[in-house]
Ligand binder design. Structure first.
Ligand SMILES: CC[C@H](C(=O)O)C(=O)SCCNC(=O)CCNC(=O)[C@H](O)C(C)(C)COP(=O)(O)OP(=O)(O)OC[C@H]1O[C@@H](n2cnc3c(N)ncnc32)[C@H](O)[C@@H]1OP(=O)(O)O
Ligand SMILES: [Co+2]
Length: 138
C-alpha cells in the first residue's frame, strides 16, 4: 500500500534563505516559487535533488502547525517524510486498523492531492505524511 517517498519536509524560519542554501550550496534544481497554503498554515516550496524533492515549509499564520516545532528548533529542521499512496481513504482506514492515530481527514496538500498525517508518537517519533499519488485514476 505504501508507495515511493515523495518528499522530505524541512521546516524553516525563512523560506527564501533556505531556497538560497539548497540552490547555491547543494545545487538543487526545479525550485518552485514559495506558495501560501492557508488551510495548512504553511508557505511551501519544493526543491529537487537527484534523490527527489525536499519540501521547504515556513509557518503561515498564527495557528501554523509548525510554529511549536520551530520554537523547539529555531534554526529549522527535518520535519516529516511523505509517502505516496494510491487511495488516501483506504490508506487512512488501513493505518487506523493498524493502530495509528491519523491526525486529520484527507485534505488538499502542496501537490494538490489529498494528504493525511500520522501521529509521530505512533511511528517511532517520525511525522509521516501520506499523499494520494498524482495521476492515479479513481
Ligand atoms: C500539507 C501541506 C504540505 C504537504 O506536503 O502537502 C505539508 O507537508 S505541511 C506540514 C505541516 N503540517 C503538519 O505537520 C500537520 C500535521 N502535524 C500536526 O498535526 C502537529 O504538528 C503534531 C500533532 C504532529 C505536533 O503538534 P505540536 O507540535 O503542536 O504538538 P506537541 O508539541 O504537543 O507535540 C506532540 C508530540 O509530537 C512530537 N512532534 C511534534 N512535531 C513533530 C515532528 N515534526 N516530528 C516528530 N515528532 C514531532 C513532539 O515532540 C511531541 O512529542 P512528545 O514525546 O509527546 O513530547
Ligand atoms: Co509535506
Amino acid at each position: 500500500m505504501i508507495g515511493p517517498l515523495n518528499h522530505v519536509g524541512v521546516a524553516v524560519p525563512d523560506i527564501r534563505k533556505a531556497i538560497a542554501f539548497y540552490r547555491d550550496v547543494l545545487g538543487a534544481t526545479d525550485i518552485t516559487e514559495p506558495q501560501d497554503l492557508p488551510p495548512q498554515g504553511v508557505t511551501y516550496a519544493f526543491v529537487t535533488l537527484p534523490s527527489g524533492q525536499v519540501e521547504l515549509i515556513e509557518p503561515y499564520g498564527e495557528n501554523s502547525p509548525i510554529l511549536k516545532f520551530l520554537e523547539r528548533n529555531p534554526k529549522g529542521g527535518q520535519h516529516h517524510v511523505c509517502f505516496e499512496v494510491d487511495d488516501i481513504h483506504i490508506a487512512k482506514t488501513t493505518m487506523e486498523a493498524r493502530g495509528m492515530r491519523v491526525l486529520n481527514e484527507p485534505r488538499i496538500g502542496a501537490h494538490g492531492t489529498l494528504v493525511v498525517f500520522l501521529h509521530p508518537g505512533d511511528s517511532g517519533g517520525v511525522l509521516i505524511e501520506l499523499m494520494e499519488a498524482p495521476d492515479v485514476e479513481h
